[in-house]
Design a protein around this ligand. Structure first.
Ligand code: PLP
Length: 378
């Protein structure tokens, strides 16, 4: 592989590495848990045991690191496993700042760790200028956690500005970039120290693998800490899953661009639908973060949007009940479009409006997707 290759070429070729014996154009799966030492007691390829390293798992790690313009990446058994690893490597009682409206599962986990005294968590509206600076405690804050665009209102965080604040306070910045993907945003180039992905979503893209990933600027202490943590906790991705993930990643750019353009078309059409109160999508001219999104996102605004239906919760649930092409399911980032009444899954305490439907736009014809929503809403 060549460093001069563009991301599209790296993706399609899966880094261009060819297995040297049979030279198949698709990499093989290495299910072995353990590897043979040479007579001199050394490991000839450096790979010894599959909880540390596995050649099949290394392939999507290397591809992700290249796409994020970092040096290293680590795959985990799920997105949550990768996110929790970042927090669990912090000292007991460490102060962290996390986005107020973000992926609900992680927000709830952080709330429980704050209650238990494991972490001290300040939730802040990091999408608002000045919020990060007001929330950090210089010298005490260890980590700032941002998500961009953020679930399920799709607000965009100014990563460069928040990185400056975090670093000024002596903290690390981690960004959940699941919705943006490295096709649209590369947080490491904007100052983030760690990029996290639920690889279950766009990276795999086919709703058939649960996986998580962290990407790092360099093979420095942060990467070493998280690699050791993964080794110790065994939160590894199995080789079969890693192989499927790499296969999914080989169309990442095509899927993300198609979903982004479909989402923009739908967002614009839905904005003037008589049954819609509000459309939440950073690609819309009047979205609160539109100018930042144009600056920070490259080639699209992502495949995720939310709509708020006139008539409240029952009208929203009723519309979701009538769709035929959209699938009523949680998760996102697959080739098939999904619709979800978000506050139902988040439950009591959710900040999400009860009339909100979250849409994960797939790669179907946007005209069919719009017609299906239109008949369900009307
Ligand atoms: C799904 C998701 C996660 C959690 O990932 P899993 O793979 O389900 O563990 C974290 N962050 C975001 C933004 C997600 O969409």
């Amino acid at each position: 592989m060549s460093n001069a290759w563009s991301p599209d070429t790296l993706i399609a070729q899966a880094m261009g590495e060819i297995e040297p014996v049979y030279k198949g154009v698709v990499p093989p799966i290495h299910p072995a848990t353990t590897y043979i030492r040479d007579p001199d007691n050394s490991y000839p390829t450096g790979v010894a045991y599959s909880r540390d390293d596995n050649p099949t798992t290394r392939a999507p790690e290397r591809l992700l690191a290249a796409l994020e313009q970092g040096e290293e990446a680590l795959l985990f058994a799920s997105g949550m496993a990768s996110a929790v690893a970042v927090f669990e490597t912090l000292p007991i009682g460490a102060h962290v700042v996390a986005q107020n409206v973000m992926y609900w599962g992680l927000r709830e986990w952080l709330r429980s760790k704050d209650e238990a005294g494991r972490l001290s968590v300040t939730f802040a509206a990091l999408e608002e200028p000045g919020a990060a600076a007001a929330a950090v405690r210089p010298g005490a804050t260890k980590l700032v956690w941002a998500e961009s665009p953020s679930n399920p209102l799709w607000r965009v965080v100014d990563i460069q500005a928040v990185a400056d604040v975090a670093h000024g306070a002596g903290a690390v910045l981690a960004v959940d970039s699941t919705a943006a993907t490295p096709i649209l945003t590369r947080p490491l180039t904007l100052g983030a120290d760690i990029v996290m992905h639920s690889a279950t979503k766009y990276l795999n893209g086919h709703s058939d693998v649960i996986a998580g990933a962290l990407a790092f600027k360099d093979k420095g202490p942060l990467w070493q800490l998280l690699k050791t943590y993964r080794h110790d906790t065994g939160a590894v991705l199995a080789p079969f899953e890693a192989w499927l993930l790499l296969r999914g990643m080989r169309t990442l750019h095509i899927r993300v661009r198609t979903a982004s353009s479909g989402a923009l078309t739908l967002a614009r059409q839905l904005q003037s639908h008589p049954m819609i109160e509000q459309v939440r999508y950073p690609g819309l001219q009047d979205a609160p973060d539109h100018s930042l999104a144009k600056r920070q996102m490259d080639g699209g605004f992502g495949g995720m949007l939310s709509i708020q239906v006139k008539g409240g919760e029952q009208a929203a649930i009723g519309a979701a009940a009538k769709v035929k092409i959209w699938k009523r399911a949680t998760s996102l980032g697959g080739v098939e479009s999904l619709i979800e009444h978000r506050s139902s899954i988040e439950g009591p305490g959710t900040p999400v409006p009860t009339n909100l439907l979250r849409l994960s736009v797939g790669i179907e014809d946007p005209a069919d997707l719009y017609a299906d929503l239109d008949q369900a809403l009307s």
